[in-house]
Design a protein around this ligand. Structure first.
Ligand code: GLY
Ligand code: MN
Ligand code: MN
Length: 444
């Protein structure tokens, strides 16, 4: 079994967040920006969902408590303000530690910090005489309303000589662009998240055998994530045996695993806010059958070609096109479709067996932010971009489909960093070749 490559603890590094705020302050000119974190969500009765901060807020602060808003005041003397919960002995006895403004100001390196309860009374004066107000427009209905309320307060004061802002803009358009290019501190965390997920997949392979249940394998993944300090899965794990692998978003994870079937696992941990996203497909009994091998080799060839197409300057769409060309030809060779390949590509017939795109940006969100195109042209990849490469083949039964391929569902997914001279596969510690998978499953 491979060993994790990076140190066990990732220490908080708020210098990176300070740099990001500085950059954003330059981008907003003399405007003012309000960036709220996510609200807590009730699950049922008085039980909450596990709390997850807002990704944009986290990117700029590293502050994990709910009920907090970051304010960036642009201009000649730029300032960053954090509004957060006050210290509260009673609440801290029940729910745990809170920084409170005074401590938060020191630890997170903001210029000033205030109780969140003071925001409503201070916001109008922060907005007054500013041309532009930035916030995540439309992200949280309650916050949109709050900002509108502040605006109306300022409008109510115009006879006293203040001017109300004329422009409102979505701060996410600026932050999304920043988040597309990962900095050193982000890449350290993402590599560690990838390593933990790789080890989880290896553990899942080793634990898989006929007669076990999908949920037992899901439990192995969760155990590996938490054991190494990842806070949660980055998305609901897909543990799909046999025909379940042909359900793209299968999350029931409660069927017994059968001898002769494949198992598709799409699972990745979230570490300190950052997602990893890995899919592997392997035989429940440890040995690929002939038809499984044929399909697997095809998807693997498509994935390898797609990974080679990831490089700086390449169009975002190039790696999808590379995978698709190989998959379409393979569908013809395996007699799933009739050629020629140009017609299969042109008509979209391949969608019967491959119906999703080959990948997405990856970062704080598993489907990370950032435009995929600009002026109707695909974005060109740049060093620091991180994306997934995840072609697949899903064969549902059909009269015109060779029976030996029925219910085979395969996806192979890695997380890839675009580097100055090519790419680096963050998840390459996860076994992928048939030989490597069979060796792990044989107990190597
Ligand atoms: N696990 C989500 C995805 O692969 O896009
Ligand atoms: Mn995935
Ligand atoms: Mn993915």
């Amino acid at each position: 079994m491979t060993r994790l490559r990076t140190p066990k603890t990732v220490t908080a590094d708020f210098r990176a967040q300070i740099q990001r705020r500085k950059r954003l302050l330059r981008d907003i000119g003399d405007g003012v920006a309000f960036i709220p974190t996510a609200p807590e969500l009730l699950r049922n009765a008085d039980a909450h969902y596990p709390y997850r901060f807002d990704s944009h807020f986290w990117y700029l602060t590293g502050f994990a408590e709910p009920e907090a808003v970051l304010v960036l005041v642009g201009g000649k003397q730029p300032r960053t303000l954090l509004f957060c919960r006050e210290k509260n002995l009673e609440r801290e006895i029940w729910d745990g530690y809170r920084y409170g403004p005074r401590e938060a100001q020191k630890v997170f390196g903001v210029d000033d910090a205030y109780p969140i309860s003071a925001l409503d009374s201070m916001a109008a004066s922060l907005i007054a005489n500013r041309e532009q107000v930035w916030f995540p427009l439309g992200a949280q209905a309650g916050f949109d309303q709050q900002v509108t309320g502040w605006l109306n307060q300022v409008r109510g004061q115009v006879r006293t000589g203040v001017t109300a802002p004329r422009g409102f803009a979505d701060i996410r358009t600026l932050i999304d662009e920043m988040r597309l290019v990962k900095d050193r501190s982000e890449l350290r965390t993402m590599q560690r998240a990838a390593d933990i997920s790789a080890e989880a997949h290896i553990g899942a392979m080793a634990a898989t055998a006929p007669g076990r249940n999908e949920y037992e394998i899901e439990a192995e993944l969760l155990y590996a994530f938490r054991r190494h300090g990842a806070q949660a899965p980055a998305y609901t794990s897909i543990v799909a045996g046999g025909a379940n692998a042909c359900v793209l978003h299968y999350v029931s994870n409660n069927a017994p695993l059968r001898d002769g079937d494949l198992l598709l696992i799409d699972a990745g941990c979230e570490l300190d806010g950052y997602a990893s996203d890995i899919t592997r497909t392997f035989p429940v009994n440890g040995k690929f059958s002939g038809p499984q091998r044929d399909c697997y080799e095809l998807v693997l060839a498509a994935q390898e070609a797609a990974i080679r197409a990831v490089k700086p300057g390449a169009a975002f769409t190039a790696y999808h096109d590379a995978a698709l060309k190989i998959l379409a030809q393979g569908m013809i060779d395996l007699k799933l479709l009739k050629g020629p390949v140009a017609r299969v590509l042109e008509s979209g017939d391949f969608r019967r067996f491959y119906m999703h795109r080959t990948g997405h940006w990856l970062g704080l969100d598993v489907h990370d932010v950032g435009a995929y195109s600009a002026q109707s042209k695909p974005r060109k990849l740049a060093a620091g971009n991180v994306l997934t490469v995840e072609p697949g083949l899903y064969v549902r039964p059909g009269k015109d489909v060779p029976r030996h391929f029925w219910n085979i569902g395969i996806r192979i997914e890695d997380d890839v960093l675009v580097t100055a001279d090519g790419r680096s596969i963050l998840t390459d510690a996860t076994p992928k070749s048939i030989a490597d998978i069979e060796a792990v499953m044989a107990g190597a």
